[in-house]
Design a protein around this ligand. Structure first.
Ligand SMILES: Cc1cc2nc3c(=O)[nH]c(=O)nc-3n(C[C@H](O)[C@H](O)[C@H](O)COP(=O)(O)OP(=O)(O)OC[C@H]3O[C@@H](n4cnc5c(N)ncnc54)[C@H](O)[C@@H]3O)c2cc1C
Ligand SMILES: NC(=O)c1ccc[n+]([C@@H]2O[C@H](COP(=O)([O-])OP(=O)(O)OC[C@H]3O[C@@H](n4cnc5c(N)ncnc54)[C@H](O)[C@@H]3O)[C@@H](O)[C@H]2O)c1
Length: 502
């Protein structure tokens, strides 16, 4: 059987005598013999670099299309998502929710003794859950069964546009096409004392719960960490250069989350001028200096978390050896996810576009298909739902109200507060709303934004309707089970039907 290449011409075969999984360390999977540094080159149709959500999707897709495929992972499969991002954050969010539930238990007649949080036990629980998700999602045998050679021999580095060298063994792997799925890492600000900061990937390494915590950056990551540590008892100061928290969310979502933070006792400072420095004090605390409106502040914290952005993880990748261009801290790609070098593609956080798991999957499948069959697929990401597990939760899909009004001032917007929904009243979770945005003819849903209980699931349900091209009248006729949070969708659709066009 001949192998596929991007041009459809028979290409070089991989060494099939190698085990499908190789690793420099002796885990429970067999390892392949490693040739001397730079000696041998194993050839594949498609080499995928990075084994996070994007890399695994790209490798599986390429293998499904019949390409000989290698997946090079420098650390652990699962990437940021499983190991240090979504999964641990979600377990921490559940921990925070449990604390809040316990706090209100007495209102339901349940006596709970004075609560306390055992941080090491929380961390152990998070780590155990990461392992369980690892086992379910990133099973090397599953990849092998799908026809992917998983190579765990350290970080890969280009030595020329087709060949990558693996740091742990020096083995060289050649790809007729290469798909870069190397993800990102937290941005490091070049500040005096920056080494004193904690980063989202390292919050679990905090030795104890900080009594006083500063979170710099109120994007998705920072906002979720605010909720977690506030619920666990920390005094929290949130700082951001942007004028509002969650700066890319719908403005009403952003305002609602900020209001909730402030009611919970979080000090929120947006529109600051700059963060200046961190400095270790004699008592072990960290002095953080920042300014706002020209006034300088300096305050002591037990920990300072920096969540100020997520550039692509390009250090040591040798992009210069391949001639691959970088723009704004990410690998530049065209609409077909092709880099400046035509046989190299980039998907997921590495290209700096959407930076969500669902986007990583979609981009990776398109990039791998393009790598194998030719570059024609695109991922316009018109419908990319996302959300975060703060207190309250928030979510959105499609255009924000400001974006929709900028395109058509006569678009229709309705907002249904959770105070109107029986389920929210029953659960005592009336903080929140669903905003639905439709075109003036009510043919197309343009956006949905929610704050409150089950916000992410509600927005996901609206996304399904949007993806199916459901018009407002049809949505208004859908029956929703009683009593559910998603019933707010039907109520919003009915209000859209009654809304007057300006
Ligand atoms: C705290 C936090 C919470 C998040 N929560 C959510 C969420 O709830 N929902 C959501 O959709 N998104 C969330 N995200 C974003 C999500 O984690 C990323 O969008 C997603 O992981 C991107 O997948 P990826 O495969 O592109 O990159 P990654 O998951 O970062 O994977 C990249 C992989 O490449 C490997 N690698 C890097 N360089 C090399 C190299 N040179 N050689 C070999 N291997 C290499 C890395 O070891 C890593 O395994 C969160 C992010 C953070 C930081
Ligand atoms: N639940 C989710 O879906 C989820 C959760 C976490 C992260 N993510 C994704 O991961 C990526 C990274 O998220 P993130 O929150 O780390 O980054 P981000 O870029 O989304 O937010 C960074 C925040 O830091 C602020 N900032 C930047 N420089 C600053 C400075 N010098 N001082 C003070 N504030 C500064 C920005 O204004 C912004 O609000 C994003 O694309 C995000 O969507 C998604």
């Amino acid at each position: 059987m001949s192998t596929l290449t991007a041009s459809g011409v028979a290409g070089p075969r991989a060494s099939r005598d190698r085990e499908r999984v190789s690793s420099p360390t002796p885990p429970d999977v067999p390892t392949s013999p490693s040739p001397a540094r730079g000696d041998a080159v194993d050839s594949y149709d498609v080499v995928v670099v990075g084994g996070g959500p994007a890399g695994v999707s790209a490798a599986v897709r390429a293998a499904e299309l019949g390409a000989r495929t290698a997946l090079l992972e420098g650390s652990r499969t699962g990437g940021t998502c499983v190991n240090t991002g979504c999964v641990p954050t979600r377990v921490l969010a559940k921990t925070a929710r449990l604390v809040r539930e316990v706090r209100t238990a007495a209102e339901y007649g349940i006596a709970v003794p004075q609560q306390s949080v055992d941080w090491p036990a929380t961390v152990a629980r998070v780590r155990a859950t990461v392992e369980r998700v690892q086992a379910a999602k990133a099973d090397p045998q599953r990849l092998a069964d799908l026809g992917v050679d998983l190579v765990l021999e350290g970080r890969a580095r280009f030595v020329d546009p087709h060949v990558l060298e693996l740091a742990a063994t020096g083995r060289r792997v050649r790809g007729e096409s290469v798909v870069l799925c190397v993800g990102g890492r937290s941005r490091r600000l070049p500040l005096p004392g920056a080494e004193l900061a904690t980063y989202p990937e390292t919050v679990l390494e905090l030795p104890s719960l900080p009594r006083r915590l500063a979170v710099v950056g109120a994007g998705n990551t920072g906002s979720q960490l605010v909720t977690v540590f506030r619920a666990l008892g920390s005094e929290v100061q949130l700082l951001d250069l942007a004028p509002r928290v969650l700066p890319t969310a719908d403005a009403d979502v952003s305002h609602a989350v900020r209001r909730a933070f402030e009611e919970q006792g979080v000090r929120v400072a947006t529109g600051i001028d700059a963060v200046h420095s961190l400095r270790r004090r004699a008592d072990g605390a960290i002095d953080l200096a920042w300014s706002q409106g020209g006034t300088r502040s300096e305050e002591a914290f037990d920990a300072v978390v920096m969540s100020v952005g997520w550039p692509a993880a390009l250090d040591g990748l040798g992009l210069e050896a391949a001639g691959i261009e970088v723009t704004r801290s990410a690998v530049a790609v065209d609409e077909h996810l092709r880099t400046s070098v035509p046989h190299v593609f980039a998907a997921g956080d590495a290209n700096g576009q959407a930076m969500l798991v669902q986007a990583a999957h979609a981009e990776a499948e398109a990039a791998a298909t393009n790598a194998v069959l030719g570059a024609t697929r695109r991922t316009p990401h018109l419908l990319l739902p996302s959300g975060g597990f703060t207190d309250p939760d928030y979510a959105g899909v499609g255009l924000t109200e400001d974006e929709a009004r900028a395109r058509d001032p006569h678009c229709l917007v309705v907002t249904v507060p959770f105070t109107a929904m029986e389920r929210a009243i029953i659960d005592d979770r009336t903080r929140g709303f669903l905003k639905l945005i439709a075109d003036r003819r009510r043919d197309v849903l343009l956006g949905a934004h929610a704050v409150g209980e089950e916000a992410v699931e509600i927005v996901q349900a609206v996304t399904t309707a949007m993806a199916a091209g459901v018009d407002v009248a049809t949505l208004a006729r859908v029956e929703f089970a009683y009593p559910t949070y998603s019933a707010v969708i039907g109520e919003a659709a009915r209000r859209l039907m009654r809304a007057a066009v300006a």
